[in-house]
Design a protein around this ligand. Structure first.
Ligand SMILES: *[C@@H]1O[C@H](CO)[C@@H](O)[C@H](O)[C@H]1NC(C)=O
Ligand SMILES: *[C@@H]1O[C@H](CO)[C@@H](O)[C@H](O)[C@H]1NC(C)=O
Length: 180
């Protein structure tokens, strides 16, 4: 009985440890904003409480507030810094991000399950910031979620440039398969 329990537990832990969330981040190096693919250090967890069984959950740390904003389509918001270290969740629409000091990389963020990014290029680390354009035919609806105390979530950098499709698509079907 105990053996069965330990076996099940270790299997669950192994599954939970097998997947980490990767997000595209706008960060900065040497005073210039960068696009980077970050992997969260805390892996997905498989909560056992009722209502969450069979889901996979990635804890993203403490946050300080939440705002809901709507930007019209085809709007260029120009160069700006992240106002604070914050998660940005694009719920609908599409956002195009470019960098003033590096034209070799850019990022399209589409609303939906892969619309989460982290913006870290506050003016203390980036002189010019980044450029955001709202593209497409519909308004972009965005959650802005600053972290508590200006903290950056524990992560390591997978590579420079945005995460590619293969690095974020791992969430497809993961919740159900992890719980079954
Ligand atoms: C950082 O930027 C300065 C000014 O643009 C430049 O002179 C220097 O070489 C850069 N250093 C690195 C490590 O890229
Ligand atoms: C994150 O990236 C790693 C390494 O490329 C990959 O194994 C993993 O499946 C990715 N996670 C998600 C949720 O796609």
């Amino acid at each position: 009985m105990l053996f069965m329990f330990l076996f099940a537990l270790s299997w669950l832990l192994a599954r939970a440890a097998s997947m980490n969330l990767n997000v595209t981040a706008i960060s900065a190096r040497n005073g210039s904003s960068t696009l980077e693919c970050w992997q969260m250090n805390t892996p997905f967890d498989n909560p056992t409480q009722p209502g969450l069984l069979g889901t996979a959950q990635s804890s993203l740390g403490a946050t300080s507030s939440l705002s809901y904003s709507i930007a019209p389509p085809n709007q260029d918001r120009g160069l700006h810094n992240a106002p604070q270290k914050q998660w940005v969740a694009v719920l609908s629409g599409a956002v195009y991000i470019t960098l003033p000091d590096d034209d070799t990389t850019d990022a399209y963020i589409f609303g939906g399950p892969f619309g989460l990014i982290f913006a870290a290029d506050t003016e203390d680390i980036s002189t010019k910031g980044h450029r955001t354009q709202h593209i497409g035919q519909t308004e972009s609806v965005v959650f802005e979620i600053p972290t508590a105390d200006g903290k950056v979530p524990e992560h390591h950098v997978l590579h420079l440039g945005p995460c590619d499709a293969g690095e974020i698509a791992g969430i497809r079907g993961y919740g159900l398969s992890a719980g079954s």
